[in-house]
Design a protein around this ligand. Structure first.
Ligand code: NAG
Ligand code: NAG
Ligand code: NAG
Length: 244
């Protein structure tokens, strides 16, 4: 609950459907979750073409969202939100394949200790066994097409893909694993680094950001919890007095 409320205070880029691999022809919606609604965030991207913003030869801009009705392989690239002042959000790697298999993996970093479920999806959908690979090496084959790694650690970070007999292989996607506190960094904003740097920079020096978050949270705790606590105490003592 604490994390949810904290995450709501921070803006970031979200993608719908929530996966980083798409088939050619899919529709994609990218949204900048705004912190106060006044920053004027726009979705930008860097593909094989020069980097540009939504509405400029690609996508349809709508408020702080961007819709791409039909994606092609040329839409493969890195996407992020940028404010008028030049602050950037977290970035998402989007890969569009002309093939028949995609890997469904979490778009945001996975928390250390959490389970990670990967799904191999074919087009048209099937329920065939799928083989899962990490950094080019076979992990295992699953008859269900889904694979769960339990309690992931930093060593599970890497480049994942899958294949399905008769359909072929998916593209590769990078999956990052982060320690619990740094999950908050999945949606950092108000940094002036380029989106690719945002992550690593925060990871290397999370302290100032985290401590300001902690400060904010402690403040929130004092403002919300203490009055509640005190009024509960008052009520209890009043009740006890009345009973006497
Ligand atoms: C865009 O991508 C190109 C090629 O990968 C890279 O050289 C360039 O620095 C990127 N630009 C930005 C703003 O990320
Ligand atoms: C995007 O992909 C590159 C190359 O696989 C990787 O180094 C980078 O960390 C990825 N970025 C995100 C936000 O996942
Ligand atoms: C995945 O691809 C490899 C090499 O192409 C193949 O030997 C293997 O049978 C495939 N696995 C599945 C489940 O399709």
């Amino acid at each position: 609950m604490e994390e949810t409320s904290l995450l709501l205070l921070i803006s970031g880029l979200t993608i719908s459907p929530s996966r980083s691999q798409m088939f050619v022809g899919d529709s994609v919606s990218l949204s900048c979750e705004e912190d106060d609604g006044s920053a004027g965030w726009t979705v930008r991207r860097n593909t094989t073409r020069p980097q540009s913003e939504c509405g400029d030869q690609w996508g349809k801009a709508a408020a702080s969202s961007c819709n791409i009705d039909v994606v092609f392989t040329r839409d493969t690239g890195v996407y992020w939100c940028e404010s008028r002042e030049g602050a950037t959000s977290n970035s998402i790697n989007l890969t569009v394949t002309g093939g028949s298999v995609i890997l469904q993996s979490p778009v945001l970093p996975v928390m250390e200790g959490d389970d990670l479920t990967l799904s191999c999806q074919s087009k048209p959908p099937s329920s065939l066994p799928a083989a899962f690979y990490k950094d080019g090496a076979l992990i295992r084959t699953e008859s269900t097409g889904h694979m769960t790694l339990h309690q992931v650690s930093r060593s599970d970070e890497g480049l994942y893909r899958c294949n399905m007999s008769g359909y072929g292989a998916s593209p590769s996607s990078w999956i990052s694993v982060t320690c619990e506190e740094l999950t908050l960094m999945s949606t950092p904003i108000s940094s002036t680094q380029s989106p690719d740097q945002t992550f690593s920079t925060f990871r290397e020096s999370p302290a100032p950001f985290l401590s300001s978050l902690h400060l904010g949270f402690t403040l929130l705790l004092h403002l919300l919890v203490f009055p509640y606590f005190i009024s509960t105490l008052l009520m209890v003592s009043l009740y006890q007095r009345r009973q006497r």
